[in-house]
Design a protein around this ligand. Structure first.
Ligand code: RIB
Ligand code: CA
Length: 312
């Protein structure tokens, strides 16, 4: 079976780590590279976490260090969710191999230009690297199949009442991406707050018995602390945001989505970083994103479970 060529841009981060497990463990993707964004933690820490997860998965994938901060703003991090190191919980060994020396945007552009086929981008953190790529090398747009991202939300926020973290950290970068004309799948909070992992799922992961099963269980134990304390409306579940962007590429039938016009608020006092989603097509503008807003949670968790089972 022909593997789907992708470039992953992430800020590990607990749910980013599970996204990487799904991407690698599914065996369905030709992962050209992993690039790291500053978001859940500083670039220093998200990069180190990506290197650690690569070792855990025994994956032969080059990793490139991304931008240190948002395009125009100071970096804000999500240590309140992901902890001091950004991947708190399991004790993972220090990385064995280093990241690649090529600057991230040059590396991404080179991979896209040299590829005989279009490549899908899968960003699951702030969109700084993706926006910088599109601004520096606009000609690569013709080599991008789609951007399947985790970010935003039609009717909710998590870092402010209306803004989702990935978009809020770098709203100008998000605006560049949503205004780029590249096809977008938007897995925002509307769907990811239904993509929940519960204690019984964590226990099933732990019972697999391999190293990755133990690590995902320890990651979800830590990740669940925040959600059980701060999101009681989710009934004890933790929102497995980032794997949605990969799962949609594997099997979109487990999701519900619709084409929508989306833009990003850049000047709002209360609404900065909000993805303004025209869900009811009030403006009659041409849709620029496929908004994903529902999920078959059982199928989603089973897909992750089966991928983890095949890993070291
Ligand atoms: O709002 C959720 C998003 O912010 C996820 O990508 C999570 O990893 C954090 O980056
Ligand atoms: Ca993330």
């Amino acid at each position: 079976m022909t593997k789907i060529p992708i470039l992953i841009d992430c800020d590990p981060g607990h749910d980013d780590a599970v996204m990487l497990m799904l991407a690698v463990g599914s065996g369905l993707f030709d992962i050209k590279a992993i690039t790291t964004s500053a978001g859940n933690q500083t670039q220093e820490k998200t990069l180190k976490n990506a290197l650690k997860i690569r070792d855990l998965l025994k994956a032969d994938i080059p990793i490139y260090r991304g931008c240190e901060k948002p395009l125009f703003r100071q970096l804000i991090i999500a240590d309140h969710v992901h902890g001091e190191m950004g991947l708190d919980g399991p004790a993972l060994p220090e990385p064995e191999l280093a990241y690649e020396a090529t600057p991230v945007v040059e590396a991404m552009a080179r991979i896209l230009i040299d590829s005989p086929e279009k490549i899908t981008l899968v960003p699951t953190g702030p969109l700084t690297n993706i926006a910088t790529l599109l601004l520096a090398f606009p000609e690569v747009k013709s080599k991008i199949e789609r951007i399947s991202l985790m970010g935003g939300g039609a009717f909710r926020g998590n870092i402010t009442p209306t803004a989702e973290f990935n978009i809020y950290v770098d709203p100008e970068a998000a605006a560049v991406v949503f205004r780029s004309g590249v096809p977008i799948t938007m897995c925002g909070l509307d769907v990811t707050h239904k993509a929940l992992v519960f204690q019984e799922d964590i226990d099933r992961f732990r019972a697999i018995g391999n190293q990755t099963g133990t690590v995902i269980a320890e990651l979800m134990d830590f990740f669940s602390i925040y959600y059980r304390r701060e999101r009681p409306e989710l009934d004890g579940g933790a929102a497995l945001h980032d794997p949605c962007a990969i799962a949609w590429l594997i099997d979109p039938t487990m999701f519900t989505s619709k084409p929508c016009y989306v833009d990003v608020e850049l000047t709002g006092t209360l609404t900065l970083g909000t993805t303004v989603v025209d869900f009811f097509d009030v403006l009659k503008k041409t849709p620029n994103a496929e908004l994903v807003y529902d999920i078959d949670r059982e199928r989603y968790i089973q897909l992750i479970y089966e991928s983890v089972r095949g890993l070291p």
